[in-house]
Design a protein around this ligand. Structure first.
Ligand code: FAD
Length: 430
């Protein structure tokens, strides 16, 4: 089958086809995208209606259009995933012979050139190979590989880009994992469930890409281009965060725990608006999936009001997940010769030592751009103030009702819940 590529405004492209051919229908997958793709689809819908063309959209994930309530969502998801896989058509009759555009280069789309040097190869063949390798050799140790970036690159499935770009279908991945009948498969099975659970939120409420889930949490943070740039380049002066960010810049991928950690660092310690840091990450991720991404950005920034607030301590994360500083030394070359006792906190090296070595803090590597303890305390105080406003928990309970699974809805947030209760939810990892 020949693939014809057309570049341009979708309405002009379809119009061109309707002038050349008798178009009976348009077939596509359902997309839960960004605000602009949503707007594009609405425009196209009114165009196809006017032109009397049927547009058939097919569900690609366990995400359901026009869903008002979450009741029975899990059953629907199960049903969708257990349906029979559709085989590739053996032969496709190919009638259309029109010229194809070539695949546009980033420059022609006004995009920056791609500096991501270590990204994995795309395509269906690569995706299938990765899925098979994971099922055969990696599934048993998967759960133990999730947290540390030292293990995650090899131990996580890294199927996310293939799912995002449609190289693999969610149904075929779920079925391949379940076929193993291993107890260990449960950990990844539930994550595949989360994939659709989060996308469903954006499908139901597309505004979540831009505005805070809980209105009381809106407009609390402040833009700071200098902080944002230092964070994005891996130059915050906190070695483990910087190593993770630089690794992401080279791979376009990093594990969940590290994504959560540097998003939390941007939102709490640096107090940056999640819309700005989230956009910066979206541009780096090769698996950018709007529904997961924006809901996760909000969760890690405490703006949903229904999820446990986790303010990660990036220094402690470093000691926990990279105790010898191997990951830091790989990605933050400036620190590679530091003794392990200082690798996570180079500011502890006394001046005498610095004077007698080639390493000078503030010259070879930045001093921390914020005081981790003070900035965490300030963030907590600001959250406390917002959460103690009248009506906060009533709104939070409505959000819970609309977006959560039945199980989590059973534990309703208490009305007039005071800060002592809220404080228990603050998993402050110091
Ligand atoms: C701030 C932030 C932004 C994120 N943005 C994205 C994004 O744009 N695209 C994306 O696919 N994931 C995103 N995630 C979720 C998660 O980090 C990735 O899905 C996961 O790291 C992908 O690696 P993997 O394929 O090896 O996952 P595995 O651990 O092997 O899991 C298999 C699959 O399950 C799904 N999955 C796993 N963890 C999660 C999760 N926490 N939430 C939802 N689905 C999950 C993914 O489809 C993943 O491919 C984000 C997380 C955070 C904290």
């Amino acid at each position: 089958m020949k693939l014809i590529i057309k570049v341009g405004n979708i309405k002009d492209v379809i119009k061109d086809f309707t002038e050349r051919f008798h178009v009976k229908g348009i077939y596509s997958h359902e997309e839960t995208g960004n605000e602009w793709t949503f707007k594009r689809d609405k425009d196209l819908k009114s165009f196809t209606n006017n032109e009397n063309i049927n547009w058939y959209e097919y569900r690609q994930f366990g995400v359901f259009r026009a869903l008002k309530k979450r009741k029975n969502w899990s059953q629907k998801w199960e049903q969708h995933m257990s349906e029979k896989l559709i085989n590739n058509p053996r032969r496709v009759n190919y009638f259309v012979d029109i010229p194809s555009h070539s695949l546009p280069a980033s420059k022609s789309l006004n995009l920056n050139s791609d500096k991501c040097s270590h990204q994995i190869q795309g395509g269906r063949r690569q995706g299938l190979h990765r899925l098979n390798e994971f099922v055969k050799y990696k599934i048993d140790n998967y759960q133990y590989s999730l947290s540390s970036p030292l293990k995650a690159f090899n131990g996580c499935s890294r199927l996310s880009p293939y799912l995002t770009w449609g190289c693999l279908s969610m149904r075929e991945v779920v079925q391949a994992i379940r076929k193993t009948k291993k107890r260990e498969s449960r950990a990844i099975d539930s994550r595949l469930h989360w994939h659709c659970h989060f996308i469903q939120k954006l499908e139901t409420e597309p505004e979540l890409e831009n505005r805070e889930h809980h209105p009381h949490m809106s407009g609390i943070r402040k833009s700071n281009p200098i902080f944002l740039e230092a964070w994005s380049q891996g130059l915050t002066g906190i070695p483990f965060t910087d190593a993770c960010m630089r690794s992401l810049n080279s791979h376009g991928w990093i594990n969940f725990r590290m994504r959560a950690m540097f998003m939390s660092f941007a939102s709490y310690q640096l107090w940056l608006p999640w819309q700005e840091s989230g956009l910066c990450l979206a541009r780096k991720f090769i698996d950018y999936e709007p529904g997961i991404h924006w809901t996760q950005c909000q969760i890690q920034s405490g703006t949903t009001a229904i999820n446990t607030i986790r303010i990660y301590n990036p220094i402690k994360q470093g000691y926990d997940h990279d105790p010898e500083g191997i990951f830091i030394r790989t990605w933050v070359k400036e620190l590679q010769y530091l003794p392990t006792q200082f690798i996570h906190e180079p500011w502890k090296i006394d001046l005498f030592r610095q004077n007698n070595s080639s390493f000078i803090l503030g010259k070879n590597y930045p001093l921390p751009i914020v005081d981790q303890i003070i900035s965490t305390k300030t963030a907590r105080a600001k959250l406390k103030e917002r959460r103690s406003k009248p009506g906060f928990f009533d709104i939070a309970n409505n959000i819970l009702e609309k977006h959560s699974s039945r199980k989590s809805r059973k534990s309703k947030l208490k009305k007039n819940q005071n800060y002592a209760d809220v404080k228990n939810q603050l998993t402050l990892k110091l």
